[in-house]
Design a protein around this ligand. Structure first.
Ligand SMILES: Cc1cc2nc3c(=O)[nH]c(=O)nc-3n(C[C@H](O)[C@H](O)[C@H](O)COP(=O)(O)OP(=O)(O)OC[C@H]3O[C@@H](n4cnc5c(N)ncnc54)[C@H](O)[C@@H]3O)c2cc1C
Length: 175
């Protein structure tokens, strides 16, 4: 009811949780240093962890072009999809989310882009028999280490909505 920030803040209040921000996980844990830890749960990209030794897992990325407009509203809803009419696929208008009032409005056009390391972010896994067999090679590498578990959308190479990401973590810990 109070949003994700409150939920996560409360969870992180637990006395046995230490948070380190602005910390590159791969400075601490690599395939060679896993032995120093009892169990590791990593939610970063599995191919990056293994230094892309079998190749890069393909993803679709997005580019957002933001505009501030001198009008109260630009469109009639928070997100409108344009599946085949233009280069962009969606227009977001953020003020609808929290019902904000302002004489201006902020919109973002969303353009599909291929994911490239260092250029943009991983958004949607490009699932194919090739990419799944590449992913499986990384899973086998993780299994051979034994105490590292890859979770979340990047660790499991799946598009997961928030509820599914949480469900996956709970189900994993219940095993
Ligand atoms: C474009 C897009 C739209 C979405 N829209 C919705 C929606 O409308 N509703 C919904 O429910 N879900 C939506 N989702 C899904 C939602 O974002 C995911 O379910 C959620 O973020 C998954 O959480 P996660 O912890 O697995 O991954 P993430 O949230 O990606 O968290 C992984 C974290 O690990 C960090 N990290 C990665 N590598 C390293 C490293 N080497 N060292 C340190 N840190 C590292 C990253 O910076 C990141 O903060 C959307 C996802 C995308 C991509």
């Amino acid at each position: 009811m109070q949003g994700y920030t409150q939920l996560i803040e409360k969870m992180l209040d637990a006395p046995n949780i230490e948070v380190q921000l602005d910390c590159e996980a791969l400075c601490v844990v690599t395939p060679d240093t896993c032995g120093k830890f009892k169990k590791i749960f990593h939610t970063g990209p599995i191919d990056e962890f293994f230094g892309y030794k079998y190749g890069t897992l393909p993803y679709r990325s997005l580019k957002f072009e933001t505009q501030v407009l001198d009008t109260e509203y630009y469109q009639n809803n928070s997100v409108i999809n344009y599946p085949c009419n233009y280069d962009f696929t969606r227009i977001h208008e953020f003020k609808y989310y929290l019902n904000e009032k302002s004489p201006k409005t902020v919109i973002a056009r969303e353009y599909p882009e291929k994911f490239e390391i260092g250029k943009n972010d991983r958004y949607y896994p490009e699932i194919s028999s090739e990419s799944l067999s590449l992913y499986d090679k990384y899973v086998q590498s993780a299994k051979s280490i034994g105490n590292i578990f890859f979770l979340g959308r990047l660790g499991s190479y799946k598009y997961l909505d928030m509820d599914k990401a949480v469900e996956q973590a709970i189900a994993f810990l219940g095993k």
